[in-house]
Design a binder for this molecule. Structure first.
Ligand SMILES: N[C@@H](CCC[C@H](N)C(=O)O)C(=O)O
Length: 289
C-alpha cells in the first residue's frame, strides 16, 4: 500500500470504527494493518475496521451482490474477522449516506452474517433488521475473578454469552476475556455480556468483545441480551404472540431492540461520522516493521 488511502472515523453508541472505503477491493488489509489502524496511541484508534467494498468485488460477498450492492468487510481491532457487527452496520449505512452512495430510506447491506435490511433516517436513528437469534442448548458459565454466573448462549450470527448479574461492577475491569465453560461451547471465542436490570424491559450491559476487548457498546450483544432477557422474563414473542421491546443501556448510549413473534429482531440506534482524512503512506509502509 504506497498510495494515499482515504479513511473516515465513526461510531454508534461509542462503538467506534475506522472506515476504509475501497469499492473495488483493491487494498491489502492484513491483520497487522487493521491492528495498527485501531491502535489508540500509535494509530487512529477504533474497536474495529469497516472495510467498504462492492459486494461484486469481494469473494465472500459475490453471491449477495444481486441483493445488496455494498459489503461490510468487518474486522475486530486485533485484525480478526467477525461474522457480524450490529453497530457497524448502522455506521456503515451512515457512511454510504455521507458519501452520497445511497439516499435516506431503505437499503440493504451484505455482511458475513447475511444481507441486512436497514432503514436510514436523514439525520435520526437507524434501524437494522438483525435476523433471528439461535439459542443453542446446553449450560454455559462465565467467570470474573472469584465470581461465576450461568450464561445464556445466543448466536446472532456471531457468538454471545449473556450473564445476568446483580451489579455491573462485578464484571471487574474486563482487561482480558472472561473465562467460560465448557470450552467446547465457543470453539471460535465469544463476546460476553454482563447484564443488570434497570426496570421493566429495561436493562444495562457491559460487554467484553472477542477480538476487541471491553467496548462501550455492541449491537449484536444488545440483541443477544434482549433475547435472553425476554426468555427469562416469560416474554418470548414466539410463545406470547406479542413483540418484546427492550431498552438496552450500554456505556456509550442506548439501543432499542424489538423481537417479533416470527423471531425477527430489529435494532434502533444512532450512527455518527466524526472525521475524514488520508493515511500517511510512510506510516502505512512502516506498519508491521
Ligand atoms: N461491536 C459489534 C460486534 C463486533 C464483532 C465481535 N467482536 C465478534 O468478534 O463477534 C456489534 O456492534 O455487534
Amino acid at each position: 500500500m504506497s498510495t494515499r488511502i482515504a479513511f473516515l472515523k465513526g461510531h454508534g453508541t461509542e462503538n467506534d470504527f475506522v472506515i476504509v472505503p475501497d469499492p473495488d477491493n483493491a487494498l491489502d488489509l492484513p491483520a497487522a494493518t487493521v491492528a495498527a489502524l485501531c491502535d489508540r496511541r500509535a494509530g487512529l484508534g477504533g474497536d474495529g475496521v469497516l472495510h467498504v467494498v462492492r459486494s461484486a468485488a469481494h469473494p465472500e460477498a459475490r453471491e449477495m451482490a444481486a441483493e445488496a450492492e455494498w459489503f461490510m468487510d468487518y474486522r475486530n481491532s486485533d485484525g480478526s474477522i467477525a461474522e457480524m457487527c450490529g453497530n457497524g452496520v448502522r455506521v456503515f449505512a451512515r457512511y454510504l449516506q455521507h458519501a452520497g452512495l445511497v439516499t435516506e430510506g431503505d437499503l440493504t447491506v451484505a455482511t458475513r452474517g447475511g444481507v441486512k435490511r436497514v432503514h436510514l433516517a436523514k439525520d435520526g436513528d437507524i434501524t437494522v433488521g438483525m435476523g433471528r437469534a439461535l439459542l443453542p442448548e446446553g449450560e454455559v458459565e462465565v467467570s470474573v475473578g472469584e465470581r461465576t454466573w450461568p450464561a445464556r448462549h445466543v448466536d446472532m450470527g456471531n457468538p454471545h454469552a449473556v450473564a445476568f448479574v446483580a451489579d455491573l461492577d462485578h464484571a471487574g475491569d474486563l482487561l482480558s476475556p472472561p473465562p467460560f465453560r465448557p470450552a467446547a461451547a465457543y470453539p471460535h471465542g465469544v463476546n460476553v455480556e454482563f447484564v443488570a436490570d434497570r426496570g421493566p424491559r429495561h436493562v444495562a450491559m457491559r460487554v467484553h468483545e472477542r477480538g476487541s476487548g471491553e467496548t462501550r457498546s455492541c449491537g449484536t450483544g444488545a440483541c443477544a441480551v434482549a433475547v435472553a432477557a425476554a426468555r427469562r422474563d416469560g416474554a418470548d414473542p414466539a410463545l406470547t404472540g406479542l413483540p418484546a421491546t427492550y431498552t438496552v443501556e450500554v456505556p456509550g448510549g442506548t439501543l432499542v431492540i424489538t423481537e417479533r413473534p416470527d423471531g425477527e429482531i430489529e435494532m434502533t440506534g444512532p450512527a455518527v461520522i466524526v472525521a475524514e482524512g488520508e493515511l500517511d503512506p510512510e506510516w502505512l509502509e512502516g506498519v508491521g516493521d
